[in-house]
Design a protein. Structure first.
Length: 220
């Protein structure tokens, strides 16, 4: 383990998971700074660049996809390695999109701590990669929208299934099912918010393209 390369930035909105990762990494001798969403993470990066970012994907205010995209847009933060942790975005297409936008590695939740620590040590000791030019805003948001639309459909199916099962499970199981359904409803709400934001950004991109085309026609 090398501890002289800088700190680890852990970004996670679920308090129990954030505490577990923070405590585990500090116990192993790493300097750790935590953030609860992508916006807080960017503010911390502006103060001091981390040696590694470990981040969830589905989070409020700014999620992990947007965080990585912002990091890759800036030359100063383009080569910071990023490890994605996710229980929601685990399909092969999700992982491909994560790597396309600039994530370094991907690990599914729940995290196996031994494997997690081995991967952290590997990322902290390997040379920094020189990354290619990041995706354009339009490319990023088009790919992002596809992932959100698929996740929204999956959450809708999950909630409908949970409602049906809630009527049939034993009384002592109902609390667990209810909690699971409430969590899925909360995630669906966040996905809908993100999807609305992405659609707005893409609409603005299209307007800008049309305005540039009109300006070009006038000059010609």
């Amino acid at each position: 383990m090398e501890t002289n390369k800088g700190y680890l930035l852990v970004v996670e909105d679920i308090p129990d998971i954030l505490t577990l990762l923070d405590t585990t990494l500090k116990f192993k001798g790493y300097r750790v700074v935590t953030a609860r969403n992508g916006q807080e993470a960017l503010e911390q990066v502006q103060k001091e660049a981390p040696a590694l970012v470990i981040t969830d994907i589905l989070m409020p205010k700014m999620d992990g996809f947007s965080l990585v995209h912002r990091l890759r847009l800036e030359p100063e933060t383009r080569s910071i390695p990023v490890l994605f942790l996710s229980a929601t975005y685990v399909a092969p297409e999700d992982k491909t999109f994560a790597l396309t936008i600039g994530a370094t590695r991907f690990m599914e939740k729940p995290v196996v701590l031994d494997d997690f620590l081995k991967l952290i040590e590997e990322l902290m000791t390997k040379p920094a990669q020189v990354l290619k030019q990041p995706l354009s805003e339009k490319e990023f948001y088009e790919g992002y929208r596809k992932r959100l639309e698929i996740k929204l459909a999956e959450k809708n199916t999950q909630i409908i299934r949970a409602k049906g099962l809630l009527k049939t499970v034993a009384e002592h199981e109902k609390e667990s099912f209810s909690m699971s359904m409430l969590h899925a409803v909360s995630e669906r709400k966040e996905i809908l918010r993100l999807l609305e934001e992405v659609n707005t950004r893409l609409a603005n991109e299209e307007k800008e393209e049309k305005n540039e085309e009109k300006a070009g026609d006038v000059e010609a």
